[in-house]
Design a protein around this ligand. Sequence first.
Ligand code: ATP
Length: 244
Amino acid sequence: MACGPPVGRMRERDQEVRQLAVKRIGVFGGTFDPPHLGHLLLAETIREQFKLDEVLFVPCNEPPHKDREDLTTATHRYAMVVAATLHNPAFTPAAVEVNRPGKSYSIDTLRALAADYGPDVELYFVAGLDSMLQIDSWHEPEALLDSCHVVVVSRPGSSFEKLRDVLPERCHERIVDASGGQEAVETRGLRIYLSDAVYLALSSTELRQRVRSGLGIRYRVTPEVERYIKSHELYQARATEVAS
Ligand code: ATP
């Protein structure tokens, strides 16, 4: 007489064990000019919510959607990301974009990371709702959606409703509501998670303006980032601005 668990249950176990071996990595890209506490809190919240083993902070080389003459060099922005993430062992600065010349397209980054990490890794790409709503203007958007999980984060007051209109219909069944902080980790198939993880009222633009105006940025960035900005005299008013 046959004994042992039925085949169906063994397959489920198999799946479970394989899932335990998979490393889950968040990919959090940005200009980080400079990185602030809003970035860190968002990354930590998402790390907990999606049980990520690691969150990669990926400063871009050239942002594809921002045209800023005063963009701080990639070397400084990368160094500030190193300074910002120093005290969280689960946060890792990644130089994959700063080392790649030209505009930083996320799909190129995800392909490079997938090739580096190999098959036992699941990538969770973190994207703001604002930029997701412009997915049509991204480089190879469909390839991106098919290459990783996506965690879409909304700013307070914005709604996810419009997202369905811009996503290809075949992706609609992949959408999972993970708002309200609920854990929403699925084991099968790529997902597009909607998250309302904390969004502090902070922006890098505001911080650059504060420094330029001689105001402090304490409690808005980590002390290490604050020191880096001071010692490299970043975001200072230009000579012409001072004179006028
Ligand atoms: P800037 O003001 O220069 O446009 P920023 O503060 O929006 O910059 P980015 O480096 O462009 O910072 O942001 C990278 C990512 O961080 C984006 O996906 C954005 O959704 C997220 N983010 C930006 N500001 C906050 C914040 N205050 N709280 C949580 N997440 C944020």
